[in-house]
Design a protein around this ligand. Structure first.
Ligand SMILES: *Cc1c(COP(=O)(O)O)cnc(C)c1O
Length: 820
């Protein structure tokens, strides 16, 4: 990604996209970087900001981007008064997303080398990364960073093409009819590849065949198409040049069988143009075999000799897909992104690092960039520029190339090591304390050894939280709300067991309007961690009012007693108009003012200047239960009546809210001015109403610590409750009731998953361990065990609710956050 090679003048840009009108204040402006999110502005000087219109209208963030230094904008007609932004250039277009895509497409026109386009339900990113490994001896390859494969991601990927590359590999992902046509027009692949098609028909498509046909549109006009006909269910392939097919039945590359070899490897036998050919891959699982065969077919299509192919495929390296955040030593957080190291993935990882605002100290451990030797000075100058724009304050480099360029990095603390071994040797003398550490190393530098040193030794059980899923679920619920309705998210009980800070930070980044916690302490923790959003505290205690005020937390006021105490505290401190949230009881009968209190309450509030009512709210007792719909309607009616009387009497606007997760989905008329999202954020509670496609966000994992054979007639565990009626194999795993694995899951009620098999518990659950019956399975010590993925079903088996299971997971279970 070389900045200068994509420098266009603003006039050139305006000629590349269809504009309605233009307003150029600065003719000398040049554009190198495309921006669309005011929270992620990398290159403001040469940035071009597209005001995209999603649920939030990007035009609302122009002021923010302008304040940060951006001067070039693409907007739609009538949305912006350009005179309000002196010195800025505005290109006015009919549709900003289309303009972004057209610009990317025009830029792609200038790339005269081959482009490989990859689509499919699974394996796109692995096939892309493997092709990079397989083809890089001959080609300098530009590729989509990570899985940038959407309507926006593809445009940004294409924007990176430049003279530094002579082959491009671009991923294309779709979720709706019509989307592939747009992606195809941008990518125009010379070689189009379909990895596979998953069996489920996705949200947005009326049938599986419709989804297949849409994906196949990527093939239109390609010189070469590579696919497996077995996935197409007879859906016709659009006209293309030559077709190289793979699969088990009479295809061009016909897979005959495979044989597992020692050391987790596998030999695949196939027939190609009448000849028997074979490869060995350093993996054994079915997905890896399929992805490898797909890459094999692509190489054959490109005319590679079989001897070269088998030599390279034998050396394939696994692709670590996640940007994993782990708890490190000495209160550090480690972000492990060491599966590739090039400038574009470095830019993305830095972006990610800066979103995790848990630590003020940001450290980057960076290895030499492979292939940089041709033009080292330029490459490391670009790294230096990236770091100048970032908030990284400590740089540790590994490799002779970066060591030679120390003079580029004088603006931050720089420690340079010639190789990984010398870093490891120096490790005991280095200090790492309360910092976020990003590991970015090319494979040959073996950063996993550094990662191991930096991550704290853990208890074997972890709760993994997929922050992408959390974000996805958030957007699903947002899609049910009109833009005028505000969103409060409940992060009480440690964010339903998932960890408050990380989730709150994600919510802040996504610009929700409010957070709510149960206790003042929880709110104070969030403030200390840098959360600026308004925070409501549901159970404020008079003893904690000082801390509440000091941290700008806003109390829920549910009785005259607490109101009087709070006004007392405010008066003592000489504070006035402090925001409070009034809770009404409309039928839950837990906390809140009664309907009959209203006159007294109005009177009270009108006679004090100490507080100002920010919101008025109530809680639905049975929003998810159709049998109680009449009751819910009555709650809504009472709430609305009470709220109207209060706001009329107070004479200023007050936010009204009553809907929880189930209420958001089932009761559009309950949205009022704000809603309170809780468990739905974790992918739980899809309760009818408008259908949502939620993703499970957390999964509890442990490991097998021992296996043994136990004969029939023996018993397993305390109290001899696990009587064996047959000879059995038993695995002991390291999770027990002290971790939050309920004792009621004992004796076969609970089930865990090992590989693809579900296995029952045997005997009573112990404090730190559980025994499983793994008879007939090949399970080894150290194997991973999924304790739960589907919390809803599991909760049902012991007669409880997902809320209790999630919040019951003990604090000693390590939380691991990742973007999956
Ligand atoms: C917990 C809570 C919510 C969220 O409930 P969910 O069912 O998890 O969506 C909303 N409002 C109040 C007052 C709560 O205590």
């Amino acid at each position: 990604m070389d900045t200068d090679e994509r420098l266009y003048t603003i006039r050139q840009i305006s000629a590349m996209i269809p504009t309605v009108s233009i307003s150029i204040a600065d003719d000398t402006a040049t554009v190198a970087t495309l921006l669309y999110d005011s929270r992620k502005l990398s290159d403001t000087v040469h940035g071009l900001f597209f005001a995209l219109e999603g649920r939030r209208d990007g035009h609302a963030y122009i002021r923010d981007a302008y304040a940060q230094g951006v001067r070039n904008f693409v907007v739609t007609h009538g949305k912006v008064e350009s005179s309000a932004f002196p010195g800025a250039n505005f290109l006015v277009v009919p549709d900003t997303l289309e303009a972004l895509q057209t610009l990317a497409s025009r830029h792609r026109d200038r790339f005269t080398h081959p482009v490989i386009g990859i689509t499919g339900s699974n394996g796109k990113t692995v096939v892309k990364e493997w092709l990079v490994q397989l083809l890089s001896p001959e080609y300098r390859i530009a590729r989509s960073p990570k899985s940038y494969n959407s309507q926006i991601g593809v445009a940004l990927s294409l924007w990176q093409l430049g003279p530094a590359a002579d082959l491009a590999i671009i991923e294309a992902g779709i979720s709706r009819p019509g989307e592939m046509a747009v992606l195809q027009r941008m990518i125009r692949p010379d070689i189009a590849v379909l990895t596979n098609i998953g069996p489920a028909h996705e949200e947005g498509f009326s049938s599986l065949d419709e989804k297949i046909a849409e994906k196949l549109r990527l093939f239109e006009g390609a010189e070469t198409a590579v696919f497996s006909p077995g996935y197409l269910r007879g859906v016709p392939v659009p006209p293309t040049g030559k077709q190289i097919t793979w699969g088990t039945e009479g295809e061009t590359l016909q897979v005959i069988n495979h044989q597992l070899l020692a050391g987790n490897r596998c030999r695949i036998y196939a027939r190609y143009r009448g000849e028997e050919i074979t490869v060995v891959i350093p993996f054994a699982d079915a997905a890896a075999r399929e992805n490898a065969v797909c890459c094999w077919a692509v190489m054959l299509a490109m005319g590679y000799e079989q001897a070269t192919i088998s030599e390279r495929i034998a050396l394939l390296q696994p692709i670590e897909m996640r940007l994993e955040m782990k708890k490190g030593i000495n209160q550090c957080t480690v972000v492990d992104d060491s599966y590739s190291n090039d400038l574009s993935s470095l830019a993305i990882a830095l972006d990610f690092l800066q979103q995790q605002r848990q630590h003020t100290k940001l450290t980057l451990v960076l290895s030499d960039i492979p292939g940089a030797s041709d033009d080292e000075d330029k490459v490391y100058e670009n790294v230096s520029n990236l770091l100048k724009e970032s908030q990284v304050n400590r740089l540790i480099t590994i490799g002779p190339g970066l060591q030679k360029h120390t003079s580029q990095f004088t603006f931050l603390t720089h420690e340079a090591f010639p190789d990984t071994a010398s870093f490891l040797a120096a490790f005991p003398s280095l200090t790492f304390q309360d910092e976020a550490i990003l590991l970015k190393g090319a494979r040959k530098y073996a950063f996993e050894r550094i990662s191991r040193l930096l991550t704290a030794k853990s208890h074997d059980t972890v709760l993994e939280i997929n922050l992408n899923a959390v974000e996805h679920n958030l957007n699903q619920y947002k899609s049910l709300l009109p833009p005028s309705v505000k969103l409060m998210v409940m992060v009480k009980a440690f964010s339903y067991g998932s960890g408050s800070f990380e989730v709150a930070n994600l919510l802040q980044f996504n610009k929700v309007d409010y957070l709510a916690v149960a206790y003042v302490d929880e709110g104070v923790e969030l403030r200390k961690a840098g959360i600026q959003l308004p925070i409501m505290v549901m159970s404020p205690r008079p003893a904690s009012f000082d801390a509440l005020l000091a941290h700008r937390l806003e109390p829920e006021i549910y009785s005259f007693a607490i109101l009087t105490d709070f006004i007392g505290a405010l008066t003592e401190k000489g504070q006035s108009a402090y925001p409070i949230h009034l809770k009404l009881d409309t039928g839950m009968h837990r906390l809140g003012f009664s309907i009959s209190d209203i006159d007294l309450l109005i009177n009270y509030l009108k006679n004090t200047a100490a507080v100002k009512v920010r919101s008025i709210f109530s809680h639905l007792a049975a929003a998810g239960a159709p049998e109680h719909d009449a009751f819910t309607e009555n709650q809504l009616h009472e709430f609305s009546k009470f709220a109207t009387r209060l706001t009329t009497a107070l004479g200023y606007p007050v936010i009204r809210h009553i809907a929880n997760t189930a209420g958001i989905q089932r009761w559009p008329q309950a949205h009022f001015d704000m809603v309170r999202l809780g468990i739905g954020l974790y992918g739980i509670g899809n309760e009818g109403g408008q259908s949502l496609s939620l993703q499970p966000a957390s999964s509890l994992k442990t490991t097998v610590i021992q296996t043994r054979q136990v004969p029939a007639g023996e018993s397993v565990g305390y109290g001899r409750n696990g009587m064996l009626t047959k000879d059995s194999t038993i695995a002991t795993v390291s999770i027990g009731y002290a971790d939050g694995y309920d004792r009621r899951f004992g004796n076969g009620v609970g089930q865990m998953r090992i590989g693809n098999t579900t296995v029952p518990t045997v005997g009573d659950i112990c404090m730190d361990m559980t025994m499983l019956d793994i008879s007939g399975l090949e399970v080894r010590e150290g194997d991973e065990v999924i304790v739960f993925g589907d919390v809803e079903k599991l909760a049902g088996t012991i007669g409880t609710i997902p809320y209790e299971l999630l919040t019951g997971i003990s604090q000693r279970v390590k939380r691991v956050y990742y973007y999956g």
